[in-house]
Ligand binder design. Structure first.
Ligand code: ATP
Ligand code: MG
Length: 353
């Protein structure tokens, strides 16, 4: 029985300082109704941390994170950082430091909100530590290099251990959902790397005879997601493919502004929306906070399931229901064709709770 949840809040760049505090406020309201207090501390991260500490993710922030149950993290706009600052992306540092190997990205259309695929309801389980992104976590350029100014190389990494743990994550999720996993690879071309990924996933599948499994090439998967999105339940794939397919799935479900995501290890969880810093709309109180609100709900559910506290799970369910209720009632931000501001939408969600 917990009496409080400790949430580290890292607003980040662009629209982060608008949508991240909004999500924290919604989490606070939902937990409050379950009798759980929310303790939050804001930690320096992104451009604000460069200004105060000279780096986008200071050591003091990394040290402090270890003390919190959950982390709510905004986007970072690495492209806006000073070029001479050859520092790895801050989100990547966190994923690496804390071994956040699993990235769960649901895509579900919301009743009443226009969507290209109104019947989409799937979960992308993305391997978060390897593939062509393996070394983005280290010094800039270590996974990519240029032997001459006219030749660039990139190295992809796939290991049995990392593939096995992400496959287990996917099959366990499928058991809680509709019992169907699609393994996405490109083993006809990237035979060794994505071939190993596919094969290890198929081996893990044998431990889950109750789960239906199939395999698709990533290019075919992109087409199938558009053609028959409702046929997919859990999609497990490597890092880069998962990144691309989750933007596609998010747009099919209505908007990138709806797409929530959780990065986790066995004992850590970081809520961070799929979308980026959206500098084109930052500072206008017009960003859609749903993706970040949904992400913090995912983290509360994760926390509640692990600590066996049904109230945190109920808070998460209440957040999702309140967001759906507000959207269905026609309160929507600009990306969804509405005119509600970020703060007005957030207040409506808190009221609905
Ligand atoms: P990154 O490389 O960080 O993923 P990106 O280049 O993919 O960034 P985003 O920052 O995700 O780009 O923005 C893509 C487009 O989606 C932009 O036009 C942006 O304004 C829009 N967008 C992203 N997030 C939201 C949101 N929460 N609400 C409304 N529009 C958004
Ligand atoms: Mg992006």
């Amino acid at each position: 029985m917990t009496f409080s949840v400790r949430l580290a809040v890292l607003p980040g760049d662009g629209i982060g300082p608008e949508v991240v505090p909004a999500a924290a406020a919604v989490a606070r309201a939902a937990l409050d109704r379950q009798g759980i207090a929310l303790d939050t501390v804001e930690l320096p991260f992104g451009a604000a941390a460069i200004a105060s500490h000279g780096v986008p993710i200071p050591g003091s922030t990394l040290d402090a994170l270890a003390e919190f149950d959950l982390w709510l993290v905004g986007p970072h706009d690495s492209a806006s950082y000073p070029a001479e600052l050859r520092h790895p992306a801050p989100g990547a540092v966190m994923r690496k430091q804390f071994g956040l190997f699993a990235n769960l990205r649901p895509a579900r259309a919301v009743p009443g909100v226009p969507a290209t695929a109104p019947d989409i309801d799937l979960l992308i389980v993305r391997e978060n530590s390897e593939g062509l992104y393996a070394d983005r976590n280290m010094a800039v350029g270590s996974g990519e290099f240029m032997p001459t100014p006219d030749v660039a190389l990139s190295v992809g990494l796939v290991t049995r251990a990392a593939t096995e743990r992400i496959a287990v994550e996917a099959f366990e999720a499928a058991r809680r959902r509709r019992g169907h996993v699609t393994i996405v690879h490109k083993a006809n071309v990237l035979r060794l790397t994505t071939g190993l990924f596919r094969d290890v996933c198929l081996q893990v599948a044998q431990r889950y005879p109750d789960v239906r499994v199939d395999t698709e090439h990533v290019d075919a998967m992109a087409a199938l997601l558009v053609r028959r999105p409702a046929d997919f339940d859990v999609i497990v794939t490597e890092n880069l493919f998962g990144d691309i397919l989750s933007d596609l799935a998010a747009e099919l479900s209505g908007s990138l502004g709806l797409a929530s995501s959780l990065n986790s290890s066995a004992d850590r969880a970081m809520a961070q929306a799929v979308h980026g810093a959206a500098p084109d709309i930052a500072g206008r109180n017009s960003a859609n906070p749903v993706a970040t609100i949904g992400s913090v709900a995912m983290s509360l559910r994760w926390h509640g399931e692990r600590s066996d506290d049904a109230r945190a799970v109920r808070a998460a369910d209440a957040i999702d229901a309140a967001v759906a209720h507000v959207l269905a009632g026609g309160v929507r931000t600009v990306d969804l064709g509405g005119d509600a501001t970020t703060s007005a939408f957030t207040e409506a969600v808190v009221d609905a709770l």
